[in-house]
Write a new protein. Sequence first.
Length: 249
Amino acid sequence: MAYILKTQNLSVFNGKSILQDISLSFPKHTITTIIGPSGAGKTTFLAALNQMNPQNYLVQGKVIFQGVDLYQSLIDRYRLRMLIGMLFSTPEIFPMSLYNNLTLVPKYNQKISHSQLMIEIEKVLQQVHLWSRLKNQLFQKKVNLSTSERQLFCLARILLLQPQILLLDEPTANFDPQETYKFEQVLLELKNQLTIILVTHNLRQAARISDYTALFQTGKLVETGKTSNLFTAPQKSQTDNYLAQKFGS
């Protein structure tokens, strides 16, 4: 099996231990969900994968992306975050036109013409199912978007940078069930072109769309495996107890 990203004994400290010896591997073109209670270190782990944790955080261990240890090599962090994009729970759209929102980074980092940009913009907006909705409003300064549309637009902005890995931190936390389902369908389609790592408290979401699941508790990796196996026949009592509690609530 081909792995695009691995962590080896990854630990993160901020005066105290946040993560302890996390070793995980992420196969290409899969969705891995990271589950666990609040404060388990899930977001810290996600941010460590593309060096987005605060500078006062001490990172030990390895994050290996395509054979390169990101914490032992001289890495261009801006380029890294184009290759390993991150989408947060609250969508942030800059106070400018949708076109300028989309092209701000590509125009700065890549030599690309306006006509080629428009081709790429149509492509990514098609991928997130927003092209027909927004194609006539790209150059307007104010466009009314729902929360889910804003999140999908932010996802398109990341896709325009052609990432190889997509990190998602509770992206549907503020969605209703129908919006959540639509977003999940987009992720399932995107899995064909990139690798997705998703932090979620929604275990039903993890069961619906992920190939692999990892359970974190108190900064430690409790168990990981294929989602179908972990949810139906967990190997650790902590996993069994957590799943029973969450699905029973």
